[in-house]
Design a protein around this ligand. Structure first.
Ligand code: PGA
Length: 250
């Protein structure tokens, strides 16, 4: 049994006060669920403020990115130890916006995953195809190659601490979600690739999320699919009502 996971990716939204108001609002509206896990990923500047509010609750803290060195002259970067110090348990790695605007590639994704694992941060590793790749019918081979290169040289015991998020780029922030069946099919291919890397038993334990225009109106459909273990939510995680409805999926 894989524990369902709902992650809110706040992207470059919310000052400290706004972030605290949002997470307090979420806490007021949810029971402390034991059958699902909840993570919020504020911008770096609000991590500490949000952690102070959630530290004794069921909500866990995640960051949106990480650098792979422990410390050094890397202007603008954040180290794994700094994220742990701020209270993070999770970190999003390789989001398509990082790949598109900041030129991240599978090799840097791989470095970041290894650094996170060394510091006991759970990586949420994002993969997903562009519309062009989708239209050429190459979605599966593309995401499988992102998985195999991004997760190269990682042991099976490390693999158990990783979460994958399948996010078709054309569905992110566009309001156009993949259908639950189609997302489930691609996620099954991803799980098969995990079996190739680490064997069947390990692949059955790794959680794979869907992301891309997840909303209150479509979450229940995604969560009914066998291979989909949760959601990575952008826009709809910025409002108390929509995010709590997603957390309370049926
Ligand atoms: P969206 O973003 O829910 O706004 O489509 C998802 C994501 O980027 O993780």
């Amino acid at each position: 049994m894989r524990l369902p996971l709902i992650v809110g990716n706040w992207k470059m939204y919310n000052t400290k006060v706004m972030a605290v108001n949002l997470v307090e609002g979420i806490l007021q509206k949810i029971a402390q669920p034991h059958d699902r896990e909840i993570v919020v990923c504020p911008p770096f500047t609000a991590l500490d403020s949000v952690f102070r509010v959630i530290k004794d609750t069921c909500i866990k803290l995640g960051a949106q990115d990480i650098y792979w060195e422990n410390e050094g002259a890397y202007t603008g970067e954040i180290s794994p130890a700094m994220l742990v110090d701020a209270g993070c348990a999770y970190v999003i790695i390789g989001h398509s916006e990082r790949r598109k605007y900041f030129y991240e590639v599978d090799k840097t994704v791989n470095n970041k995953i290894k650094a996170a694992l060394l510091h006991n941060l759970m990586p949420i590793v994002c993969v997903g195809e562009s519309l062009e790749i989708r239209e050429k019918g190459e979605t599966k081979s593309f995401v499988v190659s992102q998985i195999k290169e991004g997760l190269a040289n990682i042991t099976s015991s490390e693999a158990l601490k990783i979460v994958i998020a399948y996010e078709p780029i054309w569905a992110i922030g566009t309001g156009k979600n993949d259908s639950p069946q189609s997302a489930n099919d691609t996620i099954l291919e991803i799980r098969n690739a995990l079996t190739d890397l680490w064997g069947y038993e390990v692949s059955q334990k790794i959680r794979i999320l869907y992301g891309g225009s997840v909303k209150p109106e479509n979450i229940d459909g995604f969560m009914r699919e066998k291979e989909i273990d949760g959601a990575l939510v952008g826009g709809a995680s910025l409002k108390v009502d929509s995010f709590t409805r997603i957390i309370n999926f049926e």
